[in-house]
Design a protein around this ligand. Structure first.
Ligand code: BES
Ligand code: MN
Ligand code: MN
Length: 462
């Protein structure tokens, strides 16, 4: 066995126990009730980076949650890898759908993870994946095989839009200077077919409010004679897609890059079973934009989804009422070249124009971000590819993801370097959902694969 494998083997129980401790802290960035927990998590990450062998670690204050920065410098003549990750997590609700507490990590076996998976909020997204990098540093340090300089930047606001990180990156270009950015916050195809994420979608997130009469009304006395905001809102939302499930906002597709037939054929080679996909979700058919496959719909095509909708009476029994207001939260996933601010403006103008007389509409933009594509003809991608091939025994497939990490495009703009997305999660790991989990196999494979990325990246940099 090589030193990497034997180190992981010898220390795996402790690696798992340490991650479990980290997962017990409810670092929910969206909910101010957990402010202290988010701050405590940053402190725990700082300690872990010190123990793993960084020569310098600091908690950097920002207008929001702190950023943990650490580095180990070996030589000015060697390349520098900047690791990014996030220590905040999504809110765990609905709580009643969790089989065990979201912040009481336990290990259970599943069909996909026969060797066990850690169930807890943040296990995969992103504490588990971020912590693989901390343990990989420990491994390289303890076995004297860290081949280059390394910097860590771990933030606490990814799940709420990374505003403070953008602020931090703009002010610290020198400190963050690097040759490649390495992130594990995405997934791969399966435990036998690794993939490297080469694209992320952009995002525009808005909240809409439709107002009708100035107060809630008796639905018998007024029903049929005034605009009902809930009826109107649902009609407006329904009109945002046509019969082919194309989005109807004028100008929405103007900058969308159409992939060539060759590129689409290449994408279609990735292993995928529509039957398994449907079975895993208990649906008898998929649904989406006409003319595109499921994998295209969720990666290279832009989409629009209602994330939440409310208004009127939703309590026990029945109440006959026409509500004064109705609301919805809507997200649009964007593809490279679509500018999220421009799309937000197009949405606002169009949505406001849909409001009939007798109603008013307010559109409030939330966060957003640009999409990203990584080229595969660079040494970062090649190093990742060689690393996966060594540990999985098969070459990794490049694959675009449907998710978003908006800060990645800002990294490229401000730090002028490429990001390599080495994700070890699976789509079935239920990130953002109840019963989120992360396979023990995936966690340990990540710790084993990351040092090889450093090795090959350093070699290829010469
Ligand atoms: N790690 C995810 C993004 C992700 C997951 C990308 C899987 C690719 C594969 C990240 O934490 C996330 O949830 N991002 C948000 C956007 C953010 C602005 C709230 C998302 O994609 O909804
Ligand atoms: Mn994440
Ligand atoms: Mn997330």
């Amino acid at each position: 066995m090589n030193t990497i494998k034997s180190y992981v083997e010898a220390h795996k129980t402790r690696f798992i126990d340490e991650l479990i401790e980290l997962l017990k802290i409810p670092s929910i960035s969206a909910d101010p009730a957990y402010t202290q927990d988010v701050i405590d998590t940053a402190a725990a990450i700082k300690t872990s980076l010190e123990k793993a062998g960084c020569d310098h670690v600091e908690i950097c204050e920002t207008p929001g949650y702190p950023i943990v920065y650490g580095h180990k410098h070996i030589s000015d003549d060697l390349p520098t890898v900047l690791v990014y990750g996030h220590y905040d997590v999504q809110p765990p609700d609905p709580l009643e759908l969790w089989e065990s507490g979201p912040f009481e990590p336990i290990i259970k076996k599943t069909d996909i993870h026969p060797e066990g998976a850690i169930f807890a909020r943040g296990s995969c997204d992103d504490k588990g994946q971020m912590y693989m990098h901390v343990k990989a540093l420990e491994l390289m340090n303890e076995t004297n095989q860290l081949p280059c300089n390394v910097k860590f930047m771990i933030e606490g606001e990814e799940e709420v839009g990374s505003e403070s990180l953008a602020w931090f990156v703009e002010r610290n270009q020198e400190k963050l200077a690097n040759d490649v950015i390495l992130i594990s916050d995405t997934g791969m195809i399966s435990n036998t077919q690794p993939s490297i994420t080469t694209g992320l979608r952009g995002l525009s997130y808005v909240e809409v409010e439709v107002t009708g009469p100035n107060r809630d009304l008796h639905s018998g006395l007024y029903g049929g004679a005034v605009a009902n905001p809930i009826n109107i809102l649902t009609k407006m939302i329904a009109s945002l897609h046509d019969e082919n499930n194309h989005i109807t906002i004028p100008g929405f597709y103007d900058n969308v890059e159409e992939l060539s037939a060759e590129e689409r054929a290449e994408m279609a080679k990735a292993p995928f079973s529509l039957e398994e996909y449907k079975n895993a979700l208990d649906i008898d058919d998929v649904y989406g934009e006409k003319g595109y496959t499921t994998n295209e719909r969720n990666s290279i095509r832009p989409t629009l989804d209602v994330n939440g909708i409310w208004g009127g009476y939703t309590g026990e029994g029945a109440k006959t009422v026409i509500a004064s207001k109705a609301y919805a939260k809507i997200s649009m996933r964007l593809v490279p070249n679509q500018d999220w601010r421009e799309i937000t403006e197009l949405f606002k103008t169009h949505f406001e124009s849909l409001a009939p007389k007798g109603t008013t509409v307010k559109v409030t933009p939330h966060h957003g971000g640009q999409g990203y594509v990584t080229p595969i003809d660079n040494i970062g991608y090649q190093a990742a590819s060689k690393a996966y091939e060594d540990t999985f025994g098969v070459p990794a497939i490049p694959q675009r993801s449907g998710g978003s990490i908006p800060i990645v495009s800002l990294f490229e703009k401000e730090l002028k370097s490429k990001t390599i997305l080495m994700g070890f999660g699976l789509n079935s790991d239920a990130i953002h959902s109840p019963n989120e989990h992360f396979g023990i196999f995936n966690y340990l494979k990540g710790i084993e694969t990351i040092p090889l990325f450093y090795k090959y990246f350093t070699e290829l940099s010469k």
